[in-house]
Design a protein around this ligand. Structure first.
Ligand SMILES: [Zn+2]
Length: 59
């Protein structure tokens, strides 16, 4: 089954957060945004960060 995977450390964070098998890239991004807010107090996703996250989400 295809899915979208993301590991926080792949964007340079010292963090063990990761998830697998989000059903779409939009769902994957939602997970990342929620995690960034809860765990890293990142409430604004800058274009630069969005680019990094986008590149780090693997199918
Ligand atoms: Zn993290």
């Amino acid at each position: 089954m295809a899915g979208y995977n993301f590991a926080c450390k792949s964007i340079g964070m010292d963090c063990g957060f990761e998830f697998r098998a989000a059903s779409s890239k939009a769902e994957a991004l939602e997970h990342v945004v929620a995690h960034a807010k809860n765990a890293h107090q990142i409430t604004t996703i800058t274009p630069d960060l969005a680019k990094k996250v986008d590149a780090a989400i693997r199918q």
